[in-house]
Design a protein around this ligand. Sequence first.
Ligand code: GLU
Length: 519
Amino acid sequence: MTEQKKVRVRFAPSPTGPLHMGGVRTALYNYLFAKKNNGDFLLRIEDTDQTRYVKGAEDYIRESLEWCGIIPNEGQGYGGDNGPYRQSERKDLGYYKEHAEQLVEKDLAYYAFDTPEELDKMREDLKKAGVAAPQYNAITRSRMQNSLTLPADEVKERIERGDDYVIRIKIPRNEEIKFEDIIRGWVMVHSSNLDDKVLFKSDGMPTYHLANIVDDHMMGITHVIRGEEWLPSAPLHVLLYRYLGWEEEMPRFAHLPLLLKPDGNGKLSKRDGDRLGFPVFPLEWKDPSSGEISSGYREKGYFPEAFVNILSLLGWNPGTNQEIFSMQELIESFSLERVGKAGAKYDPEKARWFNQQYLKEKSDEELARVILEREDCPEYVKKKGADYLAKVCGMMKERAVFLKDIPIDGAYLYNAPEDLDEKTLKKKWKEDTAQIMEDWLDELQQIDEADYKASNIEEKLKAFMEEKGLGFGQILPPFRLLLSGLGMGPSLFEIAELLGKEECIERMKTNLKKIASIA
Ligand code: GLU
């Protein structure tokens, strides 16, 4: 019986800027797959393209993953026996050069000395001859400056002399390259559609393709789970596994569907920033060169559990009606077979709904604790303390979407309203309302301070309505308006109890006067 290899997957971002929410989804699916299969989840930093390196991006990536609870058990910043986990450091150890040269020796790759001008000229000539997408490939390579066309001693001399060169893969001329993608099934590409990609440059840097394959192999990766944008590169990667003699141990591929804009019109990209009215980054990001700030889900007030839940369903379908999943439930239910091919549309409204569901489930005390810890917690909230805030949360959480809404939407539970909602005033304040409210005020005053509780106030109100022959519509909206300045909100009796007798009386008197003065 063959022994099943331990599942090992990796998230391999390039530190070229903040992690996009699509990147977090890729990390999440890798993590879920690893945990589900008792495997390892690695973080590898692919920083071979030094020209695109952005300071702070690597820390941002780790902070984002940790905020989401997607914690690698091996990799850059997390230790392990397969390091280093940063490609720039692996390059210094010679890993990539060694393999690139091996390929040249086996006649599966070659040195190319063409200058940028020579490459441009080749492309222009081909365009003139009617080739739509000119490539350095099995046909054109025979006309260029490389170790296949130049005499061996000249090649040697040029390298020794320090001429700039690259190592290109020798793509076979007429071959069908195929592999089975877990999500997409069989993918087949004819080699005539591939070009002789650069694998290694004379500055000692490998390109993404070579470094990615060498590292996946050396790190024992069993499954490559990544975004659809890498699908066109996969045939080249399959070929590299074969050329390097690692075909037997080649990981299985799963290319995730794209994340689409809410209207389904194209990929949700980093550049969308806040343009569409919602963040595309997990955490706020300040661009180190322009200073520009892009908002993050964390700072907007999303719970990390909600954010993870949202991402989990953008591509994966549990096959049931369940929508709310904890990380543990996701681990238990996740499978790559249930990830679809079609792009997943991001729905910002639904995202808000998810956050609301998580908010509702939290205890009042926990909500209060977190609000008090937030930087944007208003002074008036801090002053009244945690117990009062917990009560406010209990009343407001059914309607709030974000934690930070609670102290703002519930500001009248702290401070008397300065303005009265005009619409309610116009619609609900009738000729006899002022008198009704005056009478109701007298009733309230008769309640003992110690008995000033929601249930007693409600009872009193019902008795008062009966006695006066009034309907709810004649008393509740104006009463709410006097206490909160608003037309809507949580239970009025609870509001009254929380504010306390003295404050209620005070607000009613002040606002009755205000209304009388504008009438
Ligand atoms: N460094 C690549 C990226 O930034 C990794 C792609 C892959 O997972 O192979 O997305």
